[in-house]
Design a protein around this ligand. Structure first.
Ligand code: NAD
Length: 359
């Protein structure tokens, strides 16, 4: 029987509550599908600051590196906001991504039919949307040199950043996107601004050069301004969207809001070879922490991504996603999704209903 080690980073705020739900479901679904999971809880974020004085203790990072996948809930809270930047919970998250070399960020956006009215877009526009944004995470304009602010000779101040990608940086993120497109509907749309930017021309050339390695994938290119428009005009046209860091930052938030509900969105960050990091898109929701009000579904869907992408346990991932669909179809809702005619439940009751749906 296969057995996998999962580092569990419950973090802060609602993190421990939603983690408990995800762990119970993962244990159940693993036993149903013939593999076993062992969980290694480690402190990160505010919890690690409280326990050990730093947001990412070396022992937590080491545990992550030694595991098959990392499941993170959320970090942060107002009590840490006054700390110096390097000691804040968010620095722990950045250090974790860097320490694991996570260069690919994956955000699936799938419309759940039972929640179609939560979107600000018309049902006929978003019905059936099932897309994946693959964003480069460690390069591009956020990290390019030179950058800074200078005072010019005429007394003006000037700020500048550099959008830069090497061919190997483009190749490794493009290969992730091609491979994911192969596992999905076989359509890859690469987003750039090649009509204006040299860096985008290199991006496009490299993506084109790799296409022959993936004959089953239909490759297209789209300028980023058009992609922003097409995402709200006709989002069903997309399967996998490949983007650089800046364009992906913007487009993934736009795509995420097609669902209208932050409590539903999972994500994954992958490196080359080592364990991936799987986490909900939302934060630690300190305003509702400890009150059994949190929506655990984004965390559960992140656990499903961990199974599918991290452990290649497709059937178990699909079973977990089907359980989420089932409880929503039964009308169960946490407060953030509550609508007329539905039944309000807390985080724990939602967890119990999901366990029941798994059977
Ligand atoms: P947030 O996502 O934590 O909360 C925004 C709003 O959405 C709040 O009203 C919250 O109650 C609600 N919400 C979020 N997740 C929910 C869930 N699962 N169920 C029900 N309601 C939910 O964002 P914020 O308030 O801007 O940030 C709070 C803290 O989280 C900050 O310290 C921030 O730095 C941190 N944060 C962490 C991450 C992360 O861990 N990846 C991401 C974003 C923010």
């Amino acid at each position: 029987m296969s057995s996998y080690r999962i580092t569990l980073l419950a973090g802060d705020g609602i993190g421990p509550e939603i983690s408990a739900v995800a762990v119970a479901l993962l244990e159940r679904v693993a036993s149903q599908h013939g593999f076993s999971l062992s969980f290694d809880p480690q402190p990160v974020g505010g919890a690690a600051i409280d326990a050990l004085g730093e947001p990412l203790p070396a022992s937590s990072l080491e545990a992550c590196r030694a595991s098959d996948a990392v499941l993170l809930a959320a970090i942060g809270g107002p009590q840490y906001d006054a700390l110096p930047r390097q000691l804040r919970p968010e620095s722990g998250l950045l250090a974790l991504r860097a320490g694991l070399g996570l260069f690919a960020n994956l955000r699936p956006v799938k419309i759940v039919p039972a929640l179609i009215d939560a979107s600000s877009l018309k049902a006929e526009v978003i019905s059936g949307v099932d897309l994946l944004v693959v964003r480069e995470l460690t390069g591009g304009i956020y990290f390019g040199q030179p950058k800074g602010r200078v005072r010019t000779e005429d007394g003006e101040e000037r700020g500048f950043n550099t959008m830069t990608y090497s061919s190997s940086e483009v190749d490794r993120i493009a290969r992730v996107a091609f491979e994911l497109a192969q596992q999905r509907r076989g359509q890859l749309c690469s987003v750039d601004k090649a009509n204006v930017l040299d860096v985008s021309q290199l991006w496009r050339d490299r993506v084109n050069a790799l296409a022959s390695d993936y004959p089953g994938v239909e490759l297209s290119h789209m300028y980023v301004d058009n992609a922003a428009m097409q995402l709200v005009r006709n989002p069903r046209q997309f399967d996998v969207l490949l983007t650089g860091n800046l364009f992906g930052d913007i487009l993934s938030d736009e795509a995420a809001m097609l669902t209208g509900s932050i409590g539903m969105l999972p994500s994954a960050s992958l490196g080359s070879g080592g364990p991936g990091l799987f986490e909900p898109v939302h934060g630690s929701a300190p305003d509702i922490a400890g009150q059994d009000k949190a929506n655990p579904l984004a965390m559960v869907l992140s656990a499903a991504m961990l199974l599918r992408v991290g452990l290649k346990q497709e059937a178990a991932a699909a079973a977990l996603e089907a359980a989420v669909d089932q409880v929503l179809n039964e009308g169960l809702r946490t407060g953030d999704l509550m609508a007329a005619g539905c039944t309000l439940v807390g985080c724990q009751a939602m967890g119990s209903a999901l366990l029941k749906a798994l059977g």
